[in-house]
Design a binder for this molecule. Structure first.
Ligand SMILES: Nc1ncnc2c1ncn2[C@@H]1O[C@H](COP(=O)(O)OP(=O)(O)OP(=O)(O)O)[C@@H](O)[C@H]1O
Ligand SMILES: Cc1ncc(COP(=O)(O)O)c(N)n1
Length: 270
């Protein structure tokens, strides 16, 4: 008998260095035993030292890739990452609606670790108007949540308030990740479901090899949602996945290296 095959689609940019973007997403899907598919929005020339070039694709190219998947294979869950401009955002939102994809994870990627912009400033309002209202889960980090809400986030109360605001614009489950906060020993992600807050805590690892943590975490959430898990279960697994990936560093490249996508399987699945 053939086992059920769960499928996830990532709509994001390519990271030639393999640590973030489409590459991180597909590796994570595979590690969690979900069939991965992709629609590229942009090609970046990138390594552990930074982003050397950004080449966005045409709206038509993005739409056609999604159409090819939607009209044949289908997707149990969908993730978006780097979308780059407002036209691509609108096209993605249109296609998500057309195919009735409800298990949508929006990772509002804005700036690469080294500071290179991966989303045009003018596209932030398109994200809020067109895509975030379709999101089952959105996973901003603290700086992204600040841009989306226009508020400064310093305390836990600020993070709770920002999550409430994002829920108001239509995100069903808001996760504000804690990688960028200044808590010393822990990395705590906050989840708001419109009623209450939950916290997902891991030990903070002292390392410079955190390139692609956000992409990897959101991809793991997407893979688990594709299998039909609840949002709480999906985040719990994603947190364990990223914890293992950061803890067992590969130490490659001369700058901010990628995380270890196979560490979770070695620890929990073999
Ligand atoms: N040093 C760390 N130690 C442990 N967990 C971490 C660390 N840094 C980030 N995380 C975890 O990794 C996940 C991604 O969080 P983060 O806030 O870094 O996202 P991000 O900024 O979007 O990532 P990226 O920098 O790749 O875009 C979260 O679950 C967060 O708690
Ligand atoms: C194509 C692409 N998508 C997303 C990121 C964010 O990842 P990070 O903030 O770790 O650089 C990236 N650098 N490149």
């Amino acid at each position: 008998m053939v086992n059920q095959v769960y499928k996830a689609l990532t709509i994001a940019g390519s990271d030639s260095g393999g640590g973030a973007g489409i590459q991180a997403d597909l590796k994570t899907f595979q590690e969690l035993r979900v069939f991965g598919m992709s629609a590229l929005t942009a090609v970046t020339a990138q390594n552990t030292l930074g982003v050397q070039g950004v080449y966005p694709l045409s709206v038509e190219a993005v739409e056609q890739q999604i159409e090819s998947i939607g009209t044949d294979l289908g997707a149990d869950a969908v993730k978006t990452g780097m979308l780059f401009n407002a036209d691509i955002i609108q096209a993605v939102a249109k296609k998500v609606k057309q195919f009735g994809w409800r298990r949508l994870v929006v990772d509002p990627v804005m700036i690469a670790k080294g500071g290179a912009p991966l989303l045009q400033e003018a596209a932030v309002s398109a994200l809020k108007t067109h895509l975030l209202p379709l999101a089952m889960v959105a996973t901003p980090n603290i700086p992204e949540a600040e841009v989306l809400t226009g508020m400064k986030i310093r305390t836990l109360e600020d993070r709770q308030e920002a999550a409430k605001q994002l829920h108001k614009i239509g995100v069903t489950y808001v996760v504000i990740k804690g990688g960028h906060d200044d808590v010393e020993n822990a990395a705590v992600d906050l989840l708001y479901d419109g009623r209450e807050f939950s916290y997902f805590k891991g030990a903070r690892i002292e390392t410079r090899h955190t390139h692609g943590t956000g992409c990897t975490f959101a991809a793991a959430v997407t893979a688990e949602l594709a299998k039909g898990r609840s949002v709480h279960e999906a985040i719990k697994t994603a947190k364990a996945f990223i914890q293992a990936a950061i803890e067992n560093e590969l130490g490659i490249g001369n700058g901010h290296g990628p995380t270890n996508h196979w560490a979770y399987r070695q620890k929990w699945m073999s």
